[in-house]
Design a protein around this ligand. Structure first.
Ligand code: HEC
Length: 129
């Protein structure tokens, strides 16, 4: 169990193991993923010729020790590659929730926020602390 210091709705010291998104949010994100991402990243998030996969060891080790905010910004600013920055903050947060679920990090009671500063407080750890 990690120690949480609550400031407003931002929980300092959370990790992706703490249930930081909801099932409903991941389901919304899956729909957006299928519409906007799967053509390149694959229906099983396995990646393609020149496109990295978004699950399993490669993905989780790439992002290990970074934050959900970093992943959010990477997607918000550069993806979809053929039409960057075309998703709303809500859509990006939902897609990130889907990616967390696909990588077997658990769902919880509250949704991922849309604000980068709050997302930067959630650390990505490939292994359970
Ligand atoms: C037109 C093809 C295409 C589409 C559509 C696309 N991507 Fe990508 N994506 C790429 C390629 C190619 C890379 C690697 C090169 C780069 O980053 O520019 C990449 C890189 C990424 C990365 C970084 C992976 C890593 O581990 O470093 C993430 C995360 C990502 N994409 C998420 C998404 C999401 C989410 C969507 C849908 C909103 C999306 N992409 C849509 C082609 C695409």
């Amino acid at each position: 169990m990690s120690l949480w210091l609550l400031i407003g709705t931002v929980a300092i010291g959370q990790t992706v193991w703490d249930g930081v998104y909801t099932e409903a949010q991941a389901t919304r994100g899956e729909a957006t993923y299928n519409e906007r991402c799967s053509a390149c990243h694959g229906t099983e998030l396995e990646g393609g010729d020149m496109t990295p996969g978004l699950t399993t060891g490669m993905f989780t080790s790439n992002w290990n020790e970074l934050t959900v905010g970093d992943l959010f910004e990477r997607i918000r600013i550069t993806m979809p590659l053929d039409n960057p920055s075309s998703l709303s903050r809500q859509q990006v947060a939902d897609v990130v929730a889907f990616l967390l679920k696909a990588n077997k990090w658990p769902a919880g009671e509250s949704e991922l926020p849309r604000e980068t500063f709050a997302l930067k407080e959630i650390k990505i750890l490939s292994l359970k602390p």
